[in-house]
Write a protein that binds this ligand. Structure first.
Ligand code: ADP
Ligand code: MG
Length: 557
């Protein structure tokens, strides 16, 4: 029972088994690691490596609790350079699954096969195998129904496995990884030693093409100095993603989760990404092993830095430099601040195939309506999932769905702010929200402003807060708004900035397909706003082609 309780800390789900076995293979110096899983890893997980193997005399010992070959004195604990060191993985896995291992050490003639069930050895014999180790884990959690019950679908568990393997592949570009899920090869890296090669396998060519090098040289600690080295790849600002799932951090090659480092990277992109967008980055941090404590949790997924501020600063600076050095003209910012109609593009959209000669004629001028309210419009359809095409009494209207919705929401939020009557949505379960040390002060001084728009927030520990209710318009992305207001409140009053941010996050996105009814609804609401032609940031919400312009363009007059 003790073993099974302890196992629960290390083996949370199938992906944890994969993580531990892959770490062992890496610690054994493998240059090739093949991972296989079926049934989401519940039925079978197999990890085969060409590493050092285990001598026959130590095979059974490896499955004993706290048996490790990686540290031998308490001084070693102060400077851990291997991924494993707690001697808990193999016994934990054996406590909750059926395990077989075949292994052969380089200097031994034959290999060893060992099988275990419920933590006890059930079979052992010698078996041929090239140098290296294969561990097969079957029927995970069959004897731990409580854990089994909490697992998600096989597909979800498989995706966790894929993400673990992807991260280790990114951390070790010199190792050839292959992952097969449900019999299909999902990932294969060349082991070329080039991070960019792994990125193109994991995230695709499009992402790989847009990565900028961070720092210089190898992410290997060369000993001696107490320098922090930051290397890796960071996406050009044009390559943003909607979640933080594309941020990977490795400390001395250990994959870790770190909100601190995520902040550092996002700080470096400050002003370069649109609100609610997150960068893609793979960051290797190398520092003397004594300056980082990896022994704070059984899964070793989090670490503690001796000097957090220095690490934060080093990462932020390295990424920022990469962005400034190689991406001098942030396109996003340009689009966000200056509006230029692009007549040729517009033309192309309206030109039939094979009519390219038309682009020779003078560019079509786009006139913005001078009227302050909109006439009644008839929705015709949607263009590029981003623009609503509508007909009015005096021509054709192209409406930017995001900008228009932003305007509608901004007006609504502003009037709720002044009436002190926010539309509130309670959260089914209160959520926690954490602020960084630099954010804490801003945050404190604006809690009242947040309450005014419908946030119900209580302190919940040091820099953690409990959010019980949020403004209804941003129920889906309230955290994005809070983060934006903490990190980039913009110019002008905080209150107005908040309304703008809420409008932006609550509005339909460009690229989202809308039904005719949704578009009609949006246009109707737009007809009722006082200043329909610009969004709260001052960009146009619509462009109009007058009947006269159309006549001219078609050579009818
Ligand atoms: P830890 O990795 O913390 O030492 P584990 O329980 O994961 O503990 O493994 C126990 C020991 O078994 C390791 O210290 C190592 O000596 C040996 N071992 C496990 N997997 C492998 C492998 N794939 N190749 C070589 N040795 C291994
Ligand atoms: Mg281990």
């Amino acid at each position: 029972i003790v073993a099974r309780i302890a196992a629960g800390e290390v083996v949370e789900r199938p992906a944890s088994v994969v993580k531990e076995l892959v770490e062992n293979a890496l610690d054994a110096g493998a240059s090739e690691i093949a991972i296989e899983a079926t049934g989401g890893g519940i039925s079978l997980i197999r990890v085969a490596d060409d590493g050092s193997g285990i001598p026959a005399s130590e095979v059974a010992l490896a499955f004993e609790r706290y048996a490790t070959s990686k540290i031998s004195s308490d001084a070693d604990l102060e400077s851990i350079s291997s991924l494993g060191f707690r001697g808990e993985a193999l016994p934990s896995i054996a406590a909750v699954a059926q395990v077989e291992m075949v292994t052969r050490a380089a200097d031994e003639a034959a290999g060893t096969f060992i099988s275990l069930m419920d933590g006890a050895v059930t079979g052992r014999r010698s078996q041929a195998r090239p140098t290296g180790t294969t561990v097969t884990v079957r029927s995970l959690f069959r004897r731990v129904p409580a854990r089994l019950k909490f697992l998600k679908s096989a597909a979800t568990e498989s995706s966790h496995i894929a993400s673990v393997v992807s991260q280790y592949a990114l951390a070790f570009p010199g190792v050839r990884f292959s992952l097969s899920l449900e019999g299909r090869t999902t990932l294969r890296t060349p082991g070329s030693g080039q991070l960019i090669d792994v990125v193109s396998e994991v995230y695709g060519l499009e992402v790989a093409r847009n990565m900028l090098p961070v720092g210089e040289g190898e992410g290997e600690w060369s000993g001696g100095n107490s320098q922090i080295r930051v290397t890796g790849l960071a996406g050009a600002p044009s390559l943003s993603r909607a979640s933080r799932g594309y941020l990977s951090f490795f400390v001395n090659r250990r994959w870790i989760n770190s909100r601190l480092l995520a902040w550092a990277v996002e700080e470096a992109y400050h002003g370069l990404l649109m609100a609610g967008k997150h960068p893609v980055a793979i960051i290797n941090i190398v520092l003397p092993p004594g300056e980082v404590d990896v022994n704070i949790h059984p899964t070793k997924a989090e670490v503690k830095f001796q000097d957090e501020h220095r690490v934060f600063g080093a990462v932020q600076k390295a990424v920022r430099q990469a962005l400034i050095a190689r991406a001098p003209a942030p396109r996003i910012e340009e689009i966000a601040t200056t509006y230029r109609p692009t007549p040729t593009r517009e033309r192309e959209l309206w030109t039939l195939p094979g009519e390219s000669a038309h682009t020779q004629s003078p560019p079509m001028t786009v006139v913005q309506p001078l009227v302050s309210t909109l006439p009644v419009l008839r929705v015709l359809g949607q263009l590029a999932n981003s623009y609503i095409i509508a007909e009015g009494p005096d021509g054709l209207y192209l409406i930017d769905q995001h900008a228009a919705h932003e305007r509608i929401l901004f007006d609504k939020i502003s009037s709720q702010q002044s009436a002190r009557q926010p539309e509130v949505q309670g959260l089914l379960e209160p959520a926690t929200f954490e602020v960084s040390p630099p954010q804490a002060a801003t945050w404190q001084s604006h809690l009242a402003d947040l309450a005014m728009v419908g946030f119900n927030i209580e302190p919940f520990g040091d820099r953690t807060y409990l959010v019980r209710a949020v403004p209804a318009v941003i129920a889906g992305d309230w955290a994005g708004v809070l983060r934006e207001m903490l990190d980039a409140p913009g110019e002008g009053s905080w209150e107005e900035g908040l309304a703008k941010s809420m409008a932006c996050h609550g509005a339909v996105r460009a690229g989202q397909s809308l039904s005719i009814e949704e578009m009609r609804d949006l246009v109707r609401q737009m007809e009722q706003t006082a200043t329909p032609q610009t969004c709260p940031h001052g960009r146009p919400t619509l462009i109009r082609l007058t009947a006269a312009q159309l006549r001219r363009e078609f050579g009818r007059s």
